[in-house]
Design a protein around this ligand. Structure first.
Ligand code: MG
Length: 208
C-alpha cells in the first residue's frame, strides 16, 4: 500500500446520515483526524475490532488521496491522484458519551483498525465520480450505497477547507463522509467494499 501520512475525515457530509443519528446538518465542513496506526488495508484477511466497548458501527466512505502539495486555487482533479473505498469504524456508544461530555472523539474514532481502506485506484475525475456509486456489502447483501452527488460539501470545498486550515500534501488521505445506513457490525461479518459494482477490498470482522 502507498504510504499514508495524515488521515482527515469529514463528519456529517450527507444530510440523510446526519438525520439518522439525530445530528444537525452542518453549515460549514466539519473535520476530524485519525492516527496512522488506525489504517489497515482490507485484502481478504480478518480485521480485529473492539468487542467490549459497545456497538461498532461501519461508515462506508469514498477516500481521496492527495498527490501533490495544496496551493490556493488548485482543482480537485489536479490535486487528487487516487481513490479508495473505506470504512470509518466508530465506537458509537463511546462516541455518544464523549459528545455528552463535550470531549474529543479520538477514543471513538481513532482506535486500531478503525480506518479500513480498499486498494487504491487512479482517480477518475470528479465528473466521472458523480455518475458512479460506492457501496458496502455485508454477507452478500447491500448495506450502504452512496454517490458524491449527495454530499453537503463537495470535494472542492473539502480540499479547500483542509488545505487552508491544516495543509494537504502527498500521501494525505481524506475520508469524505458516510451516506445513510450505518449499523453495528457482528463478529464474523464478511464485508466487501465496492466502487461502481467492482469489489476493491474485502475483510472478515473479528470482534475481540
Ligand atoms: Mg464518518
Amino acid at each position: 500500500m502507498t504510504e499514508i501520512k495524515n488521515i482527515y475525515c469529514v463528519g456529517r457530509n450527507y444530510a440523510a446520515h446526519a438525520k439518522e443519528l439525530k445530528n444537525e446538518v452542518p453549515t460549514s465542513p466539519f473535520l476530524f483526524s485519525k492516527p496512522t496506526h488506525a489504517i489497515v488495508e482490507a485484502n481478504g484477511q480478518s480485521i480485529s475490532l473492539p468487542g467490549n466497548k459497545g456497538s461498532v458501527h461501519f461508515e462506508t466512505e469514498l477516500i481521496i488521496r492527495i498527490g501533490r502539495p495544496f496551493e490556493k486555487g488548485i482543482k480537485v482533479d489536479q490535486l487528487v491522484d487516487s481513490m479508495a473505498i473505506g470504512i470509518d469504524f466508530t465506537l458509537r456508544d463511546v462516541q455518544s458519551e464523549l459528545k455528552k461530555k463535550g470531549h474529543p472523539w479520538l477514543l471513538a474514532k481513532g482506535f486500531r483498525n478503525s480506518a479500513v481502506v480498499s486498494r487504491f485506484i487512479p482517480f477518475p475525475g470528479v465528473e466521472e465520480l458523480k455518475m458512479k456509486t460506492f457501496s458496502l456489502h455485508r454477507n452478500g447483501e447491500m448495506a450502504q450505497q452512496g454517490t458524491i452527488e449527495n454530499m453537503i460539501f463537495d470535494l472542492q470545498t473539502i480540499i479547500d477547507f483542509a488545505g487552508e486550515n491544516f495543509g494537504l500534501g502527498e500521501g494525505d488521505i481524506i475520508f469524505t463522509g458516510t451516506p445513510e445506513g450505518v449499523a453495528p457490525v457482528n463478529d464474523q461479518d464478511q464485508l466487501a467494499l465496492a466502487w461502481n459494482h467492482q469489489v476493491l477490498g474485502e475483510c472478515v470482522i473479528k470482534l475481540t
